[in-house]
Design a protein around this ligand. Structure first.
Ligand code: 6PG
Length: 236
């Protein structure tokens, strides 16, 4: 089941996405005592992370993982971990034992092995936050990546040609099994990709975010009007 929520600005979409995630996490904690969340990087999440930092939410019951990480040290400006640490984890006082970063500064295959062992402790993520690039990539699954078709493994090291960079990423099986997937996508540069992902012919290797059509749980798209300009408002 997929829902689309459209907002006037990228920040409004991000804040709404953040509120939706907190509701789902609170539900999971009420049901099981704890919740597992995986977050993405990029620039769109900033207003969401900043809202979480000020929310007063009890993060001690939430295990926080990453969808993907660039092959850089944790203090590098490109690091998704550093971005989350500065905008959310630090200001919110998230306990260290709840933070499960990807050690992407290690050699790629070792980093992937260690993270695979870490996420093996998560039977199913309650919530996974994804972004989508203008090329319809999500996580670090970029167009042409053969692992987009993989449904056996949970984590891989992928070499991203367009950035000449190794990355560690969750693979579709782990992503699609989540209880709730939220996708935050905003900006006019994503209009064409979003149309292809939500309404185009199925071709996930060309449009990786199309894998979300096969999610086990709910998929909630948080969009701004610019990104949503070429899609119908109907949920599918
Ligand atoms: C990353 C992210 C990536 C991101 C998209 C969208 O490591 O960059 O995990 O998948 O979500 O590239 O990024 P923006 O939100 O900056 O558009």
């Amino acid at each position: 089941m997929s829902e689309r929520y459209v907002f006037e600005s990228p920040a409004a979409a991000a804040r709404a996405c953040g509120g939706y995630v907190l509701e789902r996490l609170a539900h999971a904690v009420a049901a099981r005592g704890r919740a597992a969340l995986a977050i993405s990087g990029g620039s769109s999440p900033r207003p969401m992370f900043e809202a979480w930092a000020k929310s007063g939410f009890d993060w001690s019951r939430v295990d926080i993982y990453w969808v993907d990480e660039r092959g850089v040290p944790p203090e590098d400006p490109q690091s998704n971990y550093r971005f989350a640490r500065e905008t959310f984890l630090g200001p919110a006082g998230v306990p260290e034992e709840c933070i499960h970063r990807i050690e992407a500064e290690l050699p790629p295959e070792e980093a992937a092995r260690r993270y695979r062992d870490a996420v093996a402790r998560v039977e199913r993520f309650d919530v996974i936050h994804l972004g989508m690039g203008p090329d319809a990539h999500t996580a670090s699954l970029f167009p042409g990546e053969p692992l987009i078709r993989d449904r056996a493994d949970s984590v891989a090291a992928v070499y991203v040609e367009k950035f000449s960079q190794w990355r560690i990423t969750l693979l579709p099986a782990k992503i699609l099994a989540a209880g709730t997937l939220v996708v935050l996508a905003a900006g006019a540069d994503k209009t064409g990709a979003l149309h292809q992902v939500l309404e185009g012919a199925e071709d996930p290797v060309a449009f990786p975010a199309q894998i979300l059509r096969h999610a086990a749980g709910e998929v909630a798209w948080f969009l701004d009007a610019a990104a949503a300009a070429q899609i119908s408002s109907a949920a599918d």
